[in-house]
Design a protein around this ligand. Sequence first.
Ligand code: NAD
Length: 291
Amino acid sequence: MSSIAQLLDGKALAQKMQATLTEQVQALTPKNGRPPGLAVLMVGDNPASAAYVRNKEKACAAVGIASFGKHFPTNTTQEELATVIAQLNQDDRVDGILVQLPLPDHLDSVALLNQIDPDKDADGLHPMNLGRLVRTEPGLRSCTPYGVMRLLEEYQIDPRGKTAVVVGRSILVGKPISLMLLDADATVTITHSRTPNLAELTRSADILVAAVGRSNLITAEMVKPGAIVVDVGINRITDETGKSRLVGDVDFNAVKSVAGYLTPVPGGVGAMTVTMLLHNTVWSYQQRFGS
Ligand code: NAD
């Protein structure tokens, strides 16, 4: 008899964490004389980015974080953006700064990310924070992988002693989640587009993380029975009925009868990412005030 995987409900955990953050911000704002502040910088009018930015600002407002977002036209220069980042680095009302990616082609996103004060790097992507992660030192952690770890913790899934396989090696997800699982004492294998024996490796995983951006990449045959499967992918597809919808990298309907735990898309990892951004902003604010 096959059983059905337990869903790792990112949406429910995000709501719970946002309620706690709201209480924290309510208590700390009068004490510190100002609320935490986050500045989201967006360039151009990519509709997906605009929706993400709106989401982030709405979530900030809901927990009491002040937004210092700025929206720039597509033809904004590198120097103009660098100047704004330098001003925000000095602005005492701002605890977190993030540049919404992707940027238009004429801009060097890595150079801009490197100009953010590492202690205000709400996305945890500055080399200083990635270095802190490598060294297992406290620091701002990249939101999506951090959200995955928080979700595992919520369901009392301890990576210690487990075999973890991460599919994808990006600086945004694959590499940092591999390091976080390693720090949590999992034995980690990182796989990618040039890995020849992907299915063989994924089948060995107690914890399987898919972060690729390709629907149905992870099939039921690639999953060990009872495994914990975390689907980071976000893909827009047109289904059999002609409707457009979001799916992950995992063949959800097939894998749910093999895996022990599974994150849905939407409502899994994606729901956690914005919450970890709020968490990082409040953390950075607390570091500044020592409380
Ligand atoms: P990326 O394009 O930077 O990296 C993709 C990785 O997948 C690469 O390392 C590549 O080597 C690997 N890959 C490509 N084809 C492969 C294959 N056939 N087999 C094995 N590995 C393969 O993407 P990213 O920024 O890491 O994002 C990955 C996915 O996660 C995307 O769908 C993205 O939209 C999604 N994402 C979701 C969230 C969230 O909040 N849920 C956040 C960030 C990214």
